[in-house]
Design a protein around this ligand. Sequence first.
Ligand SMILES: Cc1cc2nc3c(=O)[nH]c(=O)nc-3n(C[C@H](O)[C@H](O)[C@H](O)COP(=O)(O)O)c2cc1C
Ligand code: SF4
Length: 835
Amino acid sequence: MKEIHPTLHASPLLKLSFPPGQSRRMASTGFLAQLPTEILVIWHTHRVPILLSAVSLAALIHLTIYLRTKRSKISASPAPSSPIEKTEIKLRPEWLPENTTLVTPELNLDNHAEDDIVVSAAPVVKAKKGPKKVKGTKKPSKKSPASAPKFNHTVDKIQPVVFFQSLAGTTERYAAAFGKVLTDWTVGCDQATSFCEPQIHDLSYIEYDDYFITPPKTDQNTKYFYVILIPSYNIDTVLSTFLENLQETHNDFRIDTSPLNGLLGYSVFGFGDKEGWPTEEEGFCSQAREVDKWMARLTGRKRAYPLGMGDVKSDAEERLQEWRVGVQDVLVEIAEGRGLGEGVPGSGDPAESDDEDVDAAEDSSDSERSNSNNARARKTARVDEIEDLGSMVDPSSTDSPIPIDFTTYKSVSKTPKAAPAPKEMVPTTSPTHAALTKQGYTIIGSHSGVKICRWTKSALRGRGSCYKYSFYGIASHLCMEATPSLSCSNKCVFCWRHGTNPVGTTWRWVTDAPELIFDGITTAHYKKIKMLKGVPGVRAERFAEAMRIRHCALSLVGEPIFYPHINELLTIMHSHRISTFLVCNAQHPAQLASLVPVTQLYVSIDASNKESLRKIDRPLHRDFWERFTACLDILRARRFEQRTVFRLTLVKGFNMADEVRGYADLIERALPGFVEVKGVTYCGTSAAGSAGLTMQNVPFYEEVAAFVSALADELTNRGLTYGIAAEHAHSCCVLLADSTRFRPNGKWATRIDFERFYDLFEGKIEGTRRDEKTGEVVGWRPEDYVGQETPEWALWGNGGFDPRDVRVFRKGKGKKKDAEEVQEDEKKEVKVIEI
Ligand SMILES: Cc1cc2nc3c(=O)[nH]c(=O)nc-3n(C[C@H](O)[C@H](O)[C@H](O)COP(=O)(O)O)c2cc1C
Ligand code: SF4
């Protein structure tokens, strides 16, 4: 029994015994003879696990081969031009940006073992192809299908019909002129063969039923496009009858709710009088807005271009012209067979409700921060004594690309390993790509991203811009939010990126050229803006303005200065007269030191001391505090080259209590031009949850205000010249500024003269920054592009909401509530972060 094959013990079926007297040899011969039977028995008993193991093994081999092939494909990507250059800066070696695509074998011999962190450790899965472009919460009405009538541009024709209504003759005159220009245009444009001559109809002389129950039925190849020009009257007029008619048609149970679905599209322009009806709330163009709303319902979301509105006493002509150009663009698109283009759900939604279509976590736009699950154990980097970086910053070294020192600091092995081929940071097939596109990002190349922020949408609808408008004059609909690096070296607790983004301490990915990034982000931004053209409430003039980007917030997610060609990218933006607000996480002193001057340079100050910073930012760098303080010194050294800003994000329970003095120390050290203090906004992600962040950590506006007051007092007590300049209560944000620099003539002037900034950049005007020794002009100073005085409504104590915009209260949170309640609601409900 002892000699029986061990596996046979396993089976109760195999109780073998030897007859008495049978020799061991015989026994073993008999056993051998039995072996095939035994194997068969084993097979029958264990075949399921055996088969499963075999299948798993085969899958594993297949996957390994697949991944290898993939990697070699990525490594074959064309390398960009070298951003590498010997540096003059003697920064601490481990702070230098080591890896780029042109990595040499030596470069990998330094002591950055932590750099082995894998960008995306999750298995490669097949992601849905292309970004998910549509998002929102409104459900399309079952009754109102949004499909456009098929327009075959080879045989079909567009019949534009201009309707107008006029009581005192103004609209009639405009409509006649409009009709003429449109007719000339349809005859002269490249797509002339696709157009019938526009018809013009006075609504007083037509049968509504001929046009507003279904589109007129002529020949089947003629497709209608409606343009409606109307004034507004707050008294009972023929216009009221027209509106009633539209409403009745929609509600008539015998008629489909969207009987005008067969139209190619429609657009409305309203004339009103701002002298009598200054704002929309007070009735400006109220009936045009009504018509636009009912047409959206009747056509089943066919708003082809946003509602235009003009004040007959001031800008009606200009607005109408702008709107006409927009409508013509749409007609061209239709004529070329492109239909109305893509739109977000809610574009012309029949519900037309007034509530913000804010999908908080998705639309949240703050976050120059990162988050990831990928952090791995890291070896220690060299920790030298901190040097006085301020004195080492050589202004001449700001030329792009960022210089890189190839000095190595790890003992060099005799047979250096070949450098691993660089990978793409966010490959299209990666889960990260899928997650980010799902969150509304468009990924450009393999490491850049762009997203429309919630405030851009809000400004397009005349509902207010972000705090950057109140403080600096940046209208949100002219602002693009982007980043050239989706990767970051922190994992901040309040980052809302759901742990989807890559992290790392150095750049080691395939690098896209700055031109490619610029073209990609601007194209994607414009495309996203265009998708909003049918959203209810979007204003035609703002929509037209938005088609020219004027500002870029380089923050979003990730760390923009991580990108090796950041200086070229910034220069391209400035040469397009796009301002740059760049936010960095104070972890990359070398890059910060050699950055070209931007319009406004931010450093995130998430805590006032080392322990607190470790807890809140969860940095990947071991020497994070030294890096952080080095960045402060660089900021101090460069404060006369550009506007410098401290960005404090207050998180109750993390970085508020008893930290006022600590923050004051940091401000005293870096002397930024501005300090923005902002309450954190809860994004409700699991990442936030795992970091122990709840709604309890979101400070109320009064708490933020109290904190800022205490900070201002502390700074004053130290003899520092900061004062509270402005506020934007809507986004829980307050601005402190250096009064000696930004309060000329006793009035705050925190706004920026952007045109002057570009002129300085282009050398059209001379700056006033001089070399200390020679006295020669060497550049410009922030004081050279100070703009207008901060508007009264934005000053501390006045709330910060532009009275020209319409304050929209969410459903059930009407104006009747007292201010305090509203403020509370906003903070708790609008889970949005703006940068
Ligand atoms: C009695 C009256 C009521 C008006 N009500 C409004 C109004 O509620 N909202 C508005 O924006 N304009 C209002 N207006 C201004 C007209 O819309 C504006 O003058 C327009 O140009 C008139 O166009 P029409 O000359 O084509 O009739 C009103 C004007 C009058 C005389
Ligand atoms: S600054 Fe930021 S929040 Fe404001 S509009 Fe631009 S991207 Fe949006």
